[in-house]
Design a protein around this ligand. Structure first.
Ligand code: ADP
Ligand code: MG
Length: 249
């Protein structure tokens, strides 16, 4: 499933809420194979960045280009259809539907958008959904309703749902929030493997520094809306400014 490399170019993003400058001049590039961690204290502007990247919010200034095409001004559904997928901090599955059906629904809605295709969800994309569930370690629970799943398993289903939309770029806002430490490391190891297998580009936020420095290929640190460091994990971890602002050193 790997594809020619994709590139998301974020240039000089700004966004204020009333008098609060939530994001001030953030720039970075995200390419296939990148697992970029966006970190920073609460209120640093991480979630706002995600919302600016997927069309949920409009920047006051700046541009977001996917393989050269401007995304700013497009509605979220359009940005999603162009290949910018997202998982959410809150769980977004249908509790009474089975795990497989939830994943099938995503395949179906993507096919509808791309080809105008419509067939009843239950019959559609079953094999594709089961293959993805197998990849995220959830094949054995495919026929259970999502509502009965353990929290960590639900997070895996959400990852499968995000992958079902076949994203070029995947945005994950706190994918491991609420999980036990070992589960967190497992989910990030799985994400890192998927990045390599599929040539995905992932941007994620995470509070657990073991997860960040164990798996990210690059780290970008925000503080009060500004980028204070960006680079390979080892370099960012050693940065004096990062240590004083963020790591409390
Ligand atoms: P983070 O995800 O890094 O914790 P956020 O992006 O959620 O940070 O918030 C950045 C700043 O912008 C904070 O000061 C927050 O209070 C403010 N903010 C975020 N969203 C809104 C909003 N919809 N309305 C007003 N202020 C907001
Ligand atoms: Mg946030």
């Amino acid at each position: 499933m790997s594809r020619p490399g994709s590139r998301l170019e974020v240039r000089d993003l700004h966004r204020a809420f009333g008098g609060v400058q939530a994001v001030r001049g953030v720039s970075f590039t995200l390419e296939s194979g990148d697992l970029l961690a966006l970190i920073g204290p609460n209120g640093a502007g991480k979630s706002t960045c995600f919302n600016l990247l997927n069309g949920q919010l409009r920047p006051d200034r700046g541009s977001v280009r996917l393989d050269g095409a401007e995304l700013v001004g497009l509605p979220p559904r359009r940005v999603w259809a162009l290949g910018v997928g997202r998982t959410f901090q809150i769980t977004a599955t249908f509790a009474s539907m089975t795990v497989a059906e939830n994943v099938q629904m995503v395949f179906l809605s993507r096919a509808r958008r791309l080809f105008g295709l419509w067939r009843p969800a239950a019959a559609c994309f079953r094999e594709e959904a089961l293959a993805l569930l197998d990849r995220v370690g959830m094949a054995s629970q495919a026929e259970r309703p999502c509502g009965v799943l353990a929290y960590g398993d639900l997070k895996r289903v959400e990852l499968a749902m995000a992958l079902a939309s076949d994203p070029k770029i995947l945005l994950m806002d706190e994918p491991t929030a609420g999980m036990a430490p070992t589960e967190r490391l497992e989910l990030m190891a799985l994400t890192a493997a998927l990045v390599r297998e599929r040539g995905l580009a992932v941007l994620f936020t995470e509070h657990d520094m073991d997860v960040v420095f164990g798996h990210a290929t690059r780290v970008l640190v925000l503080d009060r809306g500004r980028t204070i460091a960006e680079g390979p994990p080892e370099a960012v971890r050693a940065d004096a400014r990062v240590q004083s602002v963020y790591l409390g050193g």
